[in-house]
Design a protein around this ligand. Structure first.
Ligand SMILES: NC(=O)CC(=O)C(=O)O
Length: 297
C-alpha cells in the first residue's frame, strides 16, 4: 500500500514516488477536467506520493484563451482547483496542479496550485518570468499580452527534511530562481511546463539537467501531450532528473502517458556534501547577483 508523503514518520522518509501526468489538453474545459480526474486516479493507482500535472491543463495554451478559462485560486477556488483538492483528499496524495489561469483583481496569472494530501491548498506559485519570445519564422508567443507575472519564489515543506520548490515553464530558464528555491530549502524542484517543438528539442531536457546541477536538487518537468489539433504544439518528453544531473526517468515521446519516478531522497545530501557549491561561491568576484541572498549554507 502507498505511504503518503506527509503522514509517514517524516524524518525517516527515504523515497518519494512521483507521478508526472503528461495529459492531452483540448479546447473543451469540461473534457480537460474529466481527463485530469481519470489520469490523477490512474497515477494514484500506481502508488504515487506526489502527482504533477503540466502547465495550463484546463485550457488551450493560447494568450486569447487564458482569461476565458481563468478561475480564483485562494479561499475560494474554481472548478479546476476544487477538483484537484477533492482528488487529493480522496486519494490521500499531494498534487502539484500543473498550472491554470488564475483570476485575481481582474488580472490573470499563470498559477500552480500546490495541494496537500488532506486536500488543502497549501501554496500557489504565479509564473514569475512570462514566456515572451520571438524566434523569426518559427514561433512568436507573448504571454505578457494577457498575463501578469508573479513576484515570488515558491517553496513548501513536504516532509520534515524535504521541501518542494515550484516554478513554471519559462521560469526554468533562470538559474537565479532555482538557486533561490534551494536557498529557501527546496530539494525537489517541480516545473510544470509546456515547451514546444521549436524550443523543446534543443532546450527542455538540457535546462532540466542544468537546474538540477545548479540547485543540487531533483528536478521534475511535466509537459502536456502534443495535441495535433492545437495551434501550439507541445513538446512532450516529460522528464525527472536526479541531483547529480542524470535523467532518472523520461517519457519516450509526446503522447499521453504517466511517468513514475522513485526519488531516493538521500541523494540530495550526498550530492550537496560531496560538492559544497553554495559555500564555495565567490560573490567577491561576481557580486551576490541576488540582492539579500546570503550564499553560505
Ligand atoms: N512555454 C513556456 O513558458 C516556455 C517555453 O516554451 C520555452 O522557454 O521555450
Amino acid at each position: 500500500t502507498k505511504t503518503p508523503a506527509r503522514s509517514q514518520s517524516t524524518a525517516t522518509q527515504k523515497t518519494l514516488r512521483v507521478a508526472v501526468v503528461q495529459m492531452l489538453v483540448g479546447s473543451d474545459k469540461a473534457t480537460n477536467l474529466k481527463n485530469a480526474e481519470r489520469l490523477v486516479n490512474q497515477a494514484c493507482d500506481g502508488n504515487a506520493d506526489v502527482v504533477v500535472l503540466p502547465e495550463i491543463w484546463n485550457s488551450p495554451y493560447a494568450v486569447d484563451q487564458f482569461r476565458k478559462h481563468a478561475e480564483p485560486i485562494g479561499h475560494e477556488c474554481g472548478p479546476s482547483v476544487s477538483l484537484l483538492k477533492t482528488l487529493a483528499k480522496e486519494r490521500n496524495v499531494w498534487i502539484v496542479g500543473g498550472s491554470v489561469p488564475e483570476l485575481s483583481d481582474d488580472k490573470v496569472y499563470n498559477t500552480s496550485p500546490i495541494i496537500n494530501s488532506d486536500g488543502v491548498l497549501v501554496e500557489k506559485h504565479r509564473k514569475v518570468h512570462l514566456f515572451d519570445i520571438d524566434v523569426p519564422g518559427k514561433i512568436r508567443f507573448f504571454e505578457s499580452e494577457t498575463l501578469t507575472g508573479g513576484d515570488s519564489a515558491t517553496v513548501t515543506p513536504l516532509t520534515e527534511e524535504h521541501a518542494l520548490g515550484v516554478a513554471i515553464c519559462y521560469d526554468v530558464r533562470f538559474p537565479e530562481l532555482a538557486i533561490t528555491m534551494r536557498k529557501k530549502g527546496a530539494s525537489i524542484l517541480v516545473y510544470p511546463g509546456a515547451f514546444n517543438t521549436v524550443t523543446g528539442p534543443p532546450h527542455w531536457e538540457l535546462l532540466a539537467r542544468a537546474r538540477a546541477l545548479d540547485a543540487q536538487a531533483f528536478v521534475v518537468c511535466a509537459s502536456p501531450a502534443r495535441n495535433p489539433d492545437s495551434a501550439y504544439q507541445a513538446y512532450g518528453h516529460s522528464v525527472v532528473v536526479d541531483p547529480w544531473g542524470a535523467p532518472l526517468e523520461r517519457c519516450a515521446g509526446h503522447g499521453e502517458e504517466i511517468l513514475f519516478a522513485d526519488l531516493d531522497l538521500t541523494r540530495v545530501a550526498e550530492v550537496r556534501n560531496s560538492m559544497k557549491l553554495l559555500d564555495q561561491r565567490r560573490p567577491d568576484v561576481y557580486g551576490t547577483f541576488i540582492e539579500g541572498v546570503d550564499w553560505k549554507e
